[in-house]
Design a protein around this ligand. Structure first.
Ligand code: GLY
Ligand code: MN
Length: 461
C-alpha cells in the first residue's frame, strides 16, 4: 500500500473535478471456482484500489462531493474468521491506512444510498464488468440491469482516466518491479526451453516465477510455438528443434501494478536464417517505435510507422511489393501485422479497459479507425509524459487469413501470395517492452531483457 496521503490526494483531486453528486465505488467480491468456499485468486477492482488502496473482498466506498464526506464500507472480521485467516485489521484501521475519515458496516451501504436517492442526488458510478456488480447496482440504485452500463457516469470516467493515465514516481517504481519480475520469467523461459519439452513445462515455470515475485501473472501466460495465434493459451505442444516460440507474459506486484513483455526465441537456441530475417524486421519496428515516443506524438502515427517498417522489410524479402506508404495506408500489411502497436499499462494490463477502450485511447479529434488491423489499435491518441505504454509490433503467418485473402486476391498489388505460402507453418514473432513517456522522450522500464538476436541466443544457451 502507498501512504495514506497518496490515496487522500487522489480522492481530493477527483472531488475537485465534480461540483455535485455522490460517487459510489464497488470493490470486488470473491468468485467461486467450483464451490463457494473454493475461490479464484482474488482480484480487487482497480479503481477501488487506486482511490482506497484496500485489497480485501466485499468492500465499497462513497464520496459525497458536496459535503466532502468519504466513507469506506466493509466488514469487521469476527473470531471465526480470525481462526481460519489469522489476525485481521479492523475496518477503522483499514480506513486510517488510506486516510479515509469514516468507515461503516457494508450492510449500511443501502441506507446511505437510499438517503441520497430520496434527496434526488446524482449517484455517479462506473460501468460494471462483473455480474455481481450488475446485481448490486440494480438493487442499490433501482435501475433496470439492462441500462446499468449506459447510465454509468461518463463525467466520472472522464475524470478518472486522465488521473490514472499519468503515473506518479511511486507507481513507476512499482511497474519497474513488475518488469523486473518479467525479466526473470522471460530469461528463465529462454534458459529452460529445449527440444523435447512440452509448452506447459515452460508456461508453468513462467507462472511460478511470476508468483515468486510477490504478485502473480498479470494475465494468462501466452507461450506457444503457434505464435501466429495472437493470444494462444494452449500449452500442449511438444517443442522441437526448429520451432520458434512466443512468450507473452507479465507479472503484477503485490499492489497489482502490471508488466506485459513479449519475447520470441528459437527452441534450439539458435535462429535459422529465415527466422532471423523476420525477427530483425520486428526488432527494427520495435526499437524505432520506442525511439519515436515522446510527448505530443500520436501513438497511431508511431503504429503506422511500425507498419511501414514491417511492410518494407517484407518487401525486401519479396513477400510484399509496390509502394509501401500506399500499402500501409490501404491496410495491406495487416495480413502480417493485424493488431495494434500497444496499449496503456498500469494497474490493469490493458489499463482502464473496463472504463472504455476508446475513452482511454482516443479523443474526438483522434478517432479509432475501422480499417482491418488498425481497428485493433487500442491506443491512438497523443502521448503525454507519465503515460506507460506497451510497444509490441509483431509479424505473423496466419494460414486461415492468408487463405481468405488469397482467395479474394485481396491487395494483390502489394502481396506476393506465392512467396507468402512458403512461410505457412513459420508461426509468428512479437517483441514487446513497457515504455514510460518522459518529458523529452521515453524510457524502457526495468532491467533490459535480452532482445537482439545475439542477446537472445546467448541467454538461450
Ligand atoms: N499481453 C497481451 C495483450 O497485450 O493483449
Ligand atoms: Mn500487451
Amino acid at each position: 500500500m502507498f501512504s495514506a496521503d497518496t490515496y487522500a490526494k487522489r480522492r481530493f483531486k477527483l472531488k475537485e473535478g465534480l461540483d455535485s453528486g455522490v460517487i459510489l465505488f464497488l470493490g470486488n467480491e470473491e468468485s467461486a471456482m467450483n464451490y463457494a468456499g473454493n475461490t479464484y485468486h482474488f482480484q480487487q477492482d482497480r479503481t477501488f484500489l487506486y482511490y482506497f488502496g484496500i485489497d480485501i473482498p466485499n468492500m465499497a466506498a462513497i464520496i459525497d462531493v458536496e459535503s466532502g464526506e468519504e466513507i469506506i464500507f466493509g466488514y469487521d472480521f469476527q473470531i471465526d474468521d480470525v481462526i481460519w485467516m489469522g489476525p485481521q485489521p479492523t475496518l477503522k484501521e483499514l480506513a486510517d491506512q488510506v486516510g479515509a475519515p469514516q468507515s461503516a458496516p457494508i450492510e449500511k451501504l443501502s441506507e446511505y444510498i437510499n438517503k441520497f436517492k430520496s434527496q434526488n442526488r446524482t449517484i455517479h458510478y462506473l460501468p460494471p464488468y462483473r455480474p455481481e456488480h450488475v446485481i448490486k447496482l440494480r438493487d442499490l440504485l433501482s435501475i433496470d440491469e439492462k441500462t446499468i452500463g449506459e447510465k454509468s457516469s461518463l463525467k466520472l470516467i472522464n475524470l478518472i482516466i486522465p488521473q490514472r493515465s499519468v503515473k506518479s514516481n511511486e507507481e513507476i517504481e512499482e511497474m519497474e518491479k513488475a518488469v523486473n519480475v518479467a525479466y526473470n520469467m522471460h530469461t528463465s523461459a529462454m534458459k529452460l526451453t529445449k527440444p523435447g519439452k512440452y509448452e506447459y513445462e515452460i508456461s508453468g515455470l513462467i507462472e511460478g516465477v511470476a508468483s515468486s515475485g510477490s504478485g502473480g501473472i498479470s494475465f494468462p501466460v501466452i507461450f506457444s510455438k503457434n505464435g501466429e495465434t495472437l493470444h494462444n493459451h494452449y500449452h500442449g505442444n511438444l517443442l522441437r528443434d526448429g520451432d520458434l516460440v512466443i512468450n507473452d507474459s507479465g507479472a503484477e506486484t503485490a499492489m497489482y501494478y502490471a508488466s506485459d513483455i513479449t519475447r520470441t526465441f528459437p527452441v534450439s537456441g539458435k535462429f535459422s536464417q529465415r527466422q532471423k530475417d523476420i525477427y530483425e524486421i520486428v526488432l527494427e519496428a520495435e526499437v524505432k517505435s520506442i525511439e519515436a515516443i515522446k510527448p505530443g506524438v500520436k501513438y497511431r502515427d508511431i503504429h503506422l510507422n511500425a507498419a511501414k517498417i514491417i511492410a518494407g522489410g517484407l518487401k525486401d524479402l519479396g513477400l510484399m511489393k509496390g509502394d509501401i506508404d500506399e500499402a500501409v495506408n490501404k491496410g495491406a500489411h495487416a495480413l502480417f501485422f493485424p493488431h495494434g502497436l500497444g496499449h496503456m499499462l498500469g494497474l490493469d494490463v490493458h489499463d482502464m479497459e473496463n472504463l472504455g477502450e476508446n475513452l482511454v485511447g482516443y479523443t474526438d479529434e483522434t478517432k479509432r479507425s475501422e480499417q482491418f488491423g488498425l481497428a485493433y489499435l487500442r491506443f491512438g491518441k497523443e502521448l503525454q509524459s507519465g503515460y506507460v505504454i506497451t510497444v509490441e509490433p509483431g509479424l505473423y503467418f496466419i494460414p486461415a487469413l492468408i487463405d481468405i485473402w488469397q482467395k479474394e486476391n485481396k491487395f494483390a498489388d502489394f502481396i506476393n501470395y506465392e512467396k507468402v505460402r512458403d512461410y505457412i507453418g513459420f508461426g509468428g514473432v512479437r517483441i514487446e517492452d513497457d515504455v514510460l513517456v518522459t518529458e523529452t522522450g521515453s524510457r524502457v522500464l526495468g532491467k533490459p531483457i535480452p532482445k537482439t538476436v545475439a542477446e537472445v541466443e546467448n541467454c538461450c544457451n
